[in-house]
Design a binder for this molecule. Structure first.
Ligand code: NZQ
Ligand code: ZN
Length: 396
C-alpha cells in the first residue's frame, strides 16, 4: 500500500426527512442561493416545491440555473458563474444527479476564474483556487460526486469531455435521502449502478500490491450493488434497496477504496470519449466497455485478480483458473443484460466505427492509460475494445 492523505470533510446528512435541516445549513454560508437543477425531474417529484417552502420560511434570495444537461456543458458553467457574480451568490445548491452536481462545482469555482473557462479551468485538469461553498441534494445514486472533489465537463463543439479535480470543489454538506431516488427510471437506476460498480472495479483491478483493506471493502460494496440493484428495479420505492445503492455510490468514489493505490482508470478514459463524441449515458457506456476491456487484458499476469473477482463476487467455484476468470466476466455481462442495460454500441446509436481511431488517440492523450493502466492500453488496444463492443459477445 502506498502513502496517502484521506481528508474528506463533506458533512453527510443521510436518511429521509433530513431536508428540514437545509435552512440551518444554508444559513452558515449566507442567504443568497444559486439553485441548480436539470431537465425538470425535481419538479415532477415535488422536491422543487418542498425546497421553495423552505426557502420562503428562511428568507433566502434564490437564483436558478435550470436545464443542466446530462454530460454538463461548459456553456452552462459560464452562465452559472455569471449568475453568481451578478447576484452575489453565497452558496451553490445542486439538486440532482452527478451532472447537476458537477456543473455546480465548476460554477462555484468559475465564479473566481476569468477569461475563457474551458481553457482557464477545464483544460488545466486540476484547480487550486477558491470556490463558493457547495451544498448538494442528491437524487440519483451513481457518480459519488456528492463526496468528492471532481467535476466532469463537456465541450460538445470540440467533442471533449474532461475531469477537473480540486479540494475546494468538495461539497461542504450533502443531503442523501434515498426517497429522492424513488422516481429515477429503470434505465438511469441501472446505469447509475453500473457506474458505481465501475468505480469499484477500476480501483480493484490495480497493480499496487498489499491493498487488502481497499479490496475487501470494494468487494463488499460490489456485492451490495449486485444484491440491491435488481430489487430497486423491481420495487422502485424499496427504501432498503435505494438506501444501500445510495451509500454505495458515495463510498465507491470518496477515496475509501482508491487511496493507497496508484494507476489510471481505463474504462472511464474510454467511456469519456464515447460520451464526448456521441453524448451517451456514462454508466451505460461503462457497462458496455468493462467486460470487453476485461477480456482484452486477461492474461497470465492478470489472471489471479480476475479469478478472485469471479470467486468472491460471482461465487464461481470448481473450475480451473482461466475458465473461472472467464465465467466471472460472463456473469458481469449477463448481470448488466438482466438489468436491462443495452450492451452493444449500436444499441445506443453508435452504428459505425468511423470515429474509433480518433477516439482511441484521444483516450490515450487525455489520460495516462498508456503507462499507468492496470494493463497499459495503447491506441490500437482502445480501438480493438471499441470494436468488440459493436456486437453481442460471449466470454466463455
Ligand atoms: O435532468 P433531470 O430532469 O434531473 O433528469 C436526470 C437526467 O435525465 C435524471 N434524474 C436524476 N435524478 C432523478 C432523475 N429522474 C427522475 N428522478 C430522479 N430522482 O437522470 C438523468 C441522468 O442524470 P445525470 O446527473 O446525468 O446522471 P449521473 O448521476 O449518472 O451523472 C453522470 C455525469 O457524471 C459524470 C459523468 O461523466 C456524467 O457527466 N461523472 C462524474 C464523476 C464525479 N464527479 O466524480 C465521476 C463519474 O465517473 C462520472 O464521470
Ligand atoms: Zn463513473
Amino acid at each position: 500500500m502506498e502513502n496517502f492523505d484521506f481528508h474528506v470533510t463533506t458533512d453527510i446528512r443521510f436518511g429521509y426527512d433530513r431536508l428540514d435541516e437545509l435552512p440551518q445549513v444554508l444559513n452558515t454560508f449566507g442567504k443568497n442561493v444559486l439553485l441548480v437543477y436539470g431537465g425538470g425531474s425535481i419538479k415532477k417529484s415535488g422536491l422543487y416545491d418542498k425546497l421553495y417552502e423552505l426557502f420562503n420560511q428562511n428568507d433566502n434570495h434564490v437564483v436558478e440555473l435550470a436545464g443542466v444537461d446530462p454530460n454538463p456543458r461548459i456553456e452552462t458553467v459560464q452562465k452559472g458563474a455569471q449568475l453568481c457574480k451578478e447576484n452575489a451568490v453565497d452558496v451553490v445548491l445542486p439538486v440532482g444527479g452527478g451532472s447537476v452536481i458537477d456543473c455546480s462545482k465548476a460554477v462555484a469555482a468559475c465564479r473566481f476564474v476569468s477569461g475563457n473557462l474551458w481553457e482557464n479551468f477545464v483544460l488545466k485538469r486540476s484547480y487550486n483556487g477558491p470556490a463558493l461553498p457547495i451544498v448538494t441534494v442528491l437524487t440519483l445514486a451513481a457518480t459519488g460526486s456528492e463526496m468528492n472533489g471532481t467535476c466532469v465537463i463537456s465541450n460538445m463543439d470540440a467533442q471533449i469531455k474532461l475531469g477537473v479535480h480540486g479540494t475546494s470543489l468538495l461539497p461542504k454538506v450533502s443531503f442523501l435521502d434515498p426517497t429522492n431516488t424513488y422516481s429515477v427510471s429503470s434505465y438511469q437506476t441501472a446505469a447509475g449502478s453500473a457506474d458505481i460498480l465501475s468505480h469499484l472495479m477500476e480501483n480493484y483491478f490495480n497493480a499496487t500490491p498489499g491493498t487488502e483493506v481497499q479490496d475487501e471493502i470494494a468487494e463488499g460494496l460490489m456485492k451490495t450493488v449486485i444484491k440491491y440493484l435488481p430489487l430497486a428495479l423491481k420495487e422502485p420505492d424499496n427504501y432498503t434497496a435505494r438506501a444501500n445503492l445510495m451509500w454505495a455510490s458515495t463510498l465507491a468514489l470518496n477515496g475509501l477504496v482508491g487511496k493507497g493505490k496508484s494507476g489510471s482508470w481505463s474504462c472511464h478514459a474510454m467511456e469519456h470519449e464515447l460520451s464526448a463524441f456521441y453524448d451517451i449515458t456514462h454508466g451505460v457506456g461503462l457497462a458496455i466497455l468493462t467486460p470487453r476491456w476485461m477480456a482484452h487484458i486477461l492474461d497470465d499476469d492478470t489472471l489471479p485478480k480476475f479469478q478472485r473477482f469471479a470467486e468472491e463476487i460471482w461465487d464461481v467455484k470448481g473450475e480451473e483458473a482461466k475458465r473461472t476468470a472467464e465465467i466471472g466476466i460472463q456473469k458481469l455481462y449477463d448481470f448488466f443484460v438482466s438489468c436491462g442495460i443495452p450492451m452493444t454500441l449500436p444499441e445506443v446509436g453508435i452504428q459505425t466505427e468511423e470515429n474509433f481511431e480518433e477516439m482511441g488517440q484521444r483516450a490515450v492523450a487525455h489520460s495516462s492509460i498508456s503507462n499507468q493502466g492496470f494493463v497499459p492500453l495503447h491506441e490500437e488496444d482502445v480501438v480493438s475494445i471499441y470494436r468488440a463492443c459493436m456486437s453481442e459477445t460471449s466470454f466463455v
